[in-house]
Design a protein around this ligand. Structure first.
Ligand SMILES: Cc1cc2nc3c(=O)[nH]c(=O)nc-3n(C[C@H](O)[C@H](O)[C@H](O)COP(=O)(O)OP(=O)(O)OC[C@H]3O[C@@H](n4cnc5c(N)ncnc54)[C@H](O)[C@@H]3O)c2cc1C
Length: 356
């Protein structure tokens, strides 16, 4: 079979399937889930993400995305606010992933539901059947597949946790059209309003900080609210005990510098940018575009992977640097203060952590 296989229908996989279908390549898009989930994510679509989505006929505003025009940073009782270089958006992953998957299918991608157990050049071994193709676009994101595992040697990896505070006048007034970054020792929380007006609160925390705070996600949110008055005001917008979704061991900073013949690694399988930058989805979409272009021009997977690794190096490096500064008390305080006094530097950092 010569039809390309795209494994994983997250942002990277759906975008690749959509572009392959547009080019007439009749891709098979495989995902393990029939129902589109709601991935743990900050839900911040950068201006680069929005631009690529619009180019593919998926304007985020048509799915109800909220406009985001300002960045607000908090460290303890300190605060800074500045305009974003360009308009960004807040949108749930359920809304985004559903729209992209539907668009890929509408353009002609064939959607199949199967759980891949192993991937090797030319073959995807699914639970349901074995799929063969000389071109496999690996877009399983955070999830590794046997045969194509990423190294897990980070001494203190990050964990992700997410709660949703229901829409309310208080939430709207406090957050408005800003993306908020609340910096804590060992991690940060990103808060943004999404379609329908609920607030997505996504926490990325070092495993060591998670353990120090007792390892119970709800108790950790409460603990952070006790020590951080601005964060407490957001959490206190509801009295309900909210459900928390978690994800373990995110390999922030990892970049695939090479690949096997016929395997194009996309999205988080290509480069995992620290989520503080809010550029993971832009990288997912950019990698899909670049891989499909390489495939269409017959340039091969290794060529694509090396080129993309070079493109991703700057944003990933800048985001790693910012994340390391932000996760210490002194660094967070300095970052907030310098953003207030020199907003131009903050804007420069925001631009430097985008994928070109
Ligand atoms: C805490 C946190 C906060 C973040 N916040 C932001 C943010 O605000 N903005 C931003 O731009 N980025 C953010 N990111 C990054 C962003 O979530 C990822 O970069 C993005 O999801 C990568 O997309 P992807 O398509 O590569 O993978 P994914 O979104 O993980 O999609 C993978 C797909 O593959 C499928 N799949 C997995 N395994 C298999 C299998 N074995 N067989 C078949 N199908 C399979 C899954 O069902 C899924 O549909 C954040 C990340 C974290 C961890």
């Amino acid at each position: 079979m010569n039809r390309p296989i795209v494994l994983g229908a997250g942002p990277a996989g759906s975008m690749a399937a959509l572009l392959l279908a547009q080019s007439g390549a009749r891709p098979i898009l495989i995902d393990r889930n029939q129902e589109v989930g709601d991935a743990i994510c900050g839900g911040f679509l950068s201006w680069r993400t929005a631009e690529t989505l619009r180019g593919a006929g998926c304007d985020p505003e048509t799915f109800g995305a909220r406009r985001v025009t300002r960045l607000r940073i908090f460290a303890g009782s300190r605060q800074a606010e500045m305009p974003l270089p360009e308009t960004a958006y807040g949108l749930s992953r359920h809304a985004l992933d559903s729209a992209l998957r539907a668009r890929a299918v509408a353009m002609g991608a064939q959607l199949e539901i199967d759980h891949a157990r192993r991937v090797a050049p030319g073959v995807v071994e699914g639970k349901r059947q074995i799929w063969k193709s000389p071109a496999i676009f690996l877009a399983t994101g955070k999830h590794d597949v046997r045969g194509e595992r990423r190294p897990r040697d980070a001494p203190d990896p990050a964990l992700g946790m997410r709660v949703r505070v229901p829409a309310a006048a208080d939430v709207e007034r406090l957050i408005g059209d800003a993306i908020e970054l609340h910096l804590f020792p060992g991690g940060y929380a990103g808060i943004v309003l999404q379609e329908g007006g609920s607030a997505n609160i996504c926490l990325a925390l070092r495993k060591s900080a998670f353990a120090e705070m007792g390892g119970d996600p709800w108790a950790i949110f409460q603990h952070l609210a006790r020590d951080n008055p601005h964060f407490a005001r957001r959490m206190n917008c509801t009295t309900a005990r909210l459900p928390i979704d978690t994800i373990a061991a995110v390999p922030y900073g990892w970049i695939a510098r090479d690949t096997e013949d016929g395997i194009y690694r996309l999205g988080d399988q290509a480069a995992v940018i620290p989520s503080l930058a809010g550029e993971g989805m832009a990288i997912a979409l950019a990698s899909a575009k670049a891989a499909v272009a390489s495939y269409s021009h017959g340039q091969g997977s290794a060529h694509f992977q090396r080129q993309f690794a070079r493109r991703a190096a700057q944003p990933v490096g800048v985001a790693k640097f910012l994340w390391h500064i932000a996760e210490t008390s002194r660094g967070a305080a300095a970052m907030t203060l310098s953003s207030r006094i020199f907003p131009g530097i903050a804007r420069l950092a925001m631009r430097a952590s985008r994928i070109d």
